[in-house]
Each structure stands twice: as structure tokens, then as C-alpha cells.
Design a protein around this ligand. Structure first.
Ligand SMILES: *Cc1c(COP(=O)(O)O)cnc(C)c1O
Length: 374
């Protein structure tokens, strides 16, 4: 089945018991057994729930992986993956991963003895130079937030294979519609399904997809043991959201490209960060389009104030990936906890604006940004 069909019919397609074309919400915690240990595949909903399984099988199909797992948030998914490692293991991370990922590594897993290096993985040489005897994995986010730095997944996977390391990719920004890291050599894919997969800003969820039976067994053991599962109703919302992923992503990409073209002509825009503007060979190989995220730096705080004033279509809010356009100021919102000196060094200046381009009429989105009309 091709992708546009797979988002609708992949995983578990409908309900065999009733013929329902959608998988129902199995709002149950436990399942009656015929005899001790004799059951229909379900014992207790932390271990397995049919609605969660529908979401898990669907995302595994879309990422072309061996098995999928759904969690109560992106951070729960990331934490559960990090629990596959043990004290004394070393992991190399992209240096501008999602802030919550940095925080959980630096403030939680550090205390459990996980060693880590945050390096700029957009330059492959940085990975090789940080390898240690005890390195067990490389964790990459591409493109990054908010500066859209790209990492060549295939090149990193070669290093990972040469050194017998796991390659973990946070694919939240691209989604499997635009980028399928397992096909490029990754072993574990993570998503904040809160963003594009769910797609409607009505859900907090996370997913993991693994590429082998051994990793699936390990992940399932941790999911069941630790218990950070996604509930049945949220699993149903996630499946419902994913059904329109392909059409939504097309519109996100189309609108973002139009907004970038418009921003390019504005003298008050100093710099635009958008994967489609980067000359890297990477982008053509690993991404099928450039997604719906744009960051841009404006010439002054006055202009920034003006852009954010009188918004009609766009909401000033954190988060991203929903059907509605969201605008934020990373230095004051999502990245406020990063010291200013570090922010400036990274390029996250006080006049940097991040836009999650929604699927509204693009004229309305551009109208909101047009400071000449304010
Ligand atoms: C939002 C986000 C996360 C965290 O996911 P939650 O669902 O908010 O817990 C992880 N990675 C990326 C890239 C994100 O954007």
C-alpha cells in the first residue's frame, strides 16, 4: 500500500467483531480469561490495549519499522527509550535537541549514571571525535528547533554501524510522510505525537518505532514495566489525527513555502531559517519536502512587537504541528531557560520568531505578518 492509503488503512483497519470502519475506543483496564492464562491476547491494559495497539501498529507501518509503542507524551517516549541504557553508558546527542530532551538527560538520567555529549551533529566529524569506549548510541534531531539545522542521517548511520551503536532519531518535525529514518539506517524513531502526528492541538502523546524484534522486546518490556502508556481515548484521537497526515502535510509544506517566498522580499527580515533554503545535499536525499516550520530574524524589537500585534489567524503560543498557525519568540518562550549568551551564540537572538505554519488560507497567514497593514 502506498503512503496516502497507508495512513488510512495501515495498522489495524477497522473492527473485525462489528465491521466498524474505525477501531473503537476500548475503554477498559482488564480482560476476562477463559482459564488461567488463556485469553484473547489481552490481560491488562498497561501491557496491551486494542485501541493503543491500533495507534502503535499504524505508526510502525508508516515509519516502515518492526513495531511501534505509544506513550503518554513525547517526553515519556524519550525517557522510556533512554531507560534501555544503563549506568556507565555514553550517548552522543545533537546539541540543539528539544529543550525537554536536554533537561531530562542533564537533570534526570545524569543522576542514574548515563553519560552524554551534546555535539553539533550537522558536522559528522563532531560525532567521530566524541566517540568513547562506552558509547552506546547516537541521538539525532533533524531539522532542529528553532534553527532548522540538518543532520545527514545516512552518514550518521554509517558511523553507528561501524561502531555497533544504536541510532535514535527524533522525527517529530518531518513525520514519516516527509522523512523515514529507519529506511536511512536508524534503529529507533521517536515522536512527540502531540505535534504533526496528532495534528489538531487536542492531544499530548509520544511514540517510538523500532527496527528489530530484539529492540521491540526490550521496548515492550520497558513500556510495561515503567508504565508511561497512552490511554485508549488519546490513542483513538492519535489514529484519527494520523488519517489526515498526508493531506495536512502537503498543505503545511505548500503554505510554508509561500510564506518563505513572501518573507524573502521584506527588508525588515534579516535572516530566514527554513530547510528549503539550505544548500545541503542532505535535504534532497532524506526529506521529501521541507515541512511547515519557519524561523526568521527581524531587524529590531519594534518590528518584532509589530509582527505579533493584532494577529487574527495566527495564535501566539508554544507548540507546533497543529492545523492552526502558531507563532512564538523562542528567546522569551521555549528557550528562555537557555542563558542569553548561549542563545546568542546559537543564533537564537531576541528578535528571532518561530512560525508553525498551519493549513489556513495562506493569504490570511501572510496578512497577519504584514506589518505595513498594522
Ligand atoms: C514537543 C517535542 C518533544 C516533547 O514532546 P511532548 O509531547 O511535549 O512531551 C520532543 N521532541 C520534539 C522535537 C518536540 O517538538
Amino acid at each position: 500500500m502506498k503512503f496516502n492509503s497507508l495512513v488510512i488503512h495501515g495498522g489495524i483497519d477497522g473492527d473485525k467483531a462489528t465491521g466498524s470502519v474505525t477501531v473503537p475506543i476500548y475503554q477498559t483496564s482488564t480482560y476476562a480469561q477463559e482459564r488461567v492464562g488463556e485469553h484473547k491476547g489481552y490481560e491488562y491494559s498497561r501491557t496491551g490495549n486494542p485501541t493503543r495497539e491500533a495507534a502503535e501498529k499504524l505508526i510502525a507501518d508508516l515509519e516502515n519499522g518492526y513495531a511501534g509503542f505509544a506513550f503518554g507524551s513525547g517526553m515519556a517516549a524519550i525517557s522510556s527509550v533512554l531507560m534501555m541504557f544503563k549506568a556507565g553508558d555514553h550517548i552522543i546527542f545533537s546539541d540543539d535537541v528539544y529543550g525537554g530532551t536536554f533537561r531530562v538527560v542533564d537533570k534526570v538520567f545524569k543522576d542514574f549514571g548515563i553519560e552524554y555529549s551534546f555535539v553539533d551533529t550537522s558536522d559528522i566529524a563532531n560525532i567521530s571525535s566524541h566517540l568513547r569506549e562506552n558509547t552506546k548510541a547516537i541521538y539525532v534531531e533533524t531539522p532542529t528547533n528553532p534553527l532548522m539545522k540538518l543532520t545527514d542521517i545516512q552518514a550518521v548511520s554509517k558511523i553507528a554501524k561501524d561502531h555497533d551503536l544504536l541510532l535514535i532519531v527524533d522525527n517529530t518535525f518531518m513525520t514519516p510522510y516527509l522523512q523515514r529514518p529507519i529506511e536511512l539506517g536508524a534503529n529507533i524513531i521517536l515522536h512527540s505525537a502531540t505535534k504533526y502526528l496528532g495534528g489538531h492541538s487536542d492531544l499530548v502523546a509520544g511514540v517510538v518505532v523500532v527496527d528489530s524484534e530484539a529492540l521491540a522486546n526490550k521496548m515492550h518490556f520497558i513500556q510495561n514495566a515503567v508504565g508511561a502508556i497512552l490511554g485508549p481515548f488519546d490513542s483513538w484521537l492519535l489514529v484519527k489525527g494520523i488519517k489526515t497526515l498526508a493531506v495536512r502535510m502537503d498543505r503545511h509544506c505548500e503554505n510554508a513555502a509561500r510564506v518563505v517566498e513572501w518573507l524573502k522580499q521584506k527588508s525588515w527580515v534579516n535572516k530566514i531559517y527554513y530547510p528549503g533554503l539550505q544548500a545541503d545535499a542532505v535535504k534532497s536525499g532524506q526529506m521529501e519536502n521541507y515541512g511547515g516550520m519557519i524561523s526568521f530574524e527581524v531587524e529590531s524589537e519594534e518590528v518584532l512587537e509589530k509582527v505579533l500585534r493584532n494577529l487574527k489567524t495566527i495564535s501566539l503560543a508554544e507548540s507546533l504541528g497543529g492545523i492552526e498557525s502558531l507563532i512564538s519568540v523562542p528567546a522569551k518562550m521555549t528557550h528562555a531557560s537557555v542563558p542569553k549568551e548561549n542563545r546568542d551564540k546559537l543564533g537564537i537572538t531576541d528578535t528571532l520568531i518561530r512560525l508553525s505554519v498551519g493549513i489556513e488560507d495562506v493569504e490570511d497567514i501572510i496578512g497577519d505578518l504584514d506589518i505595513s497593514r498594522k
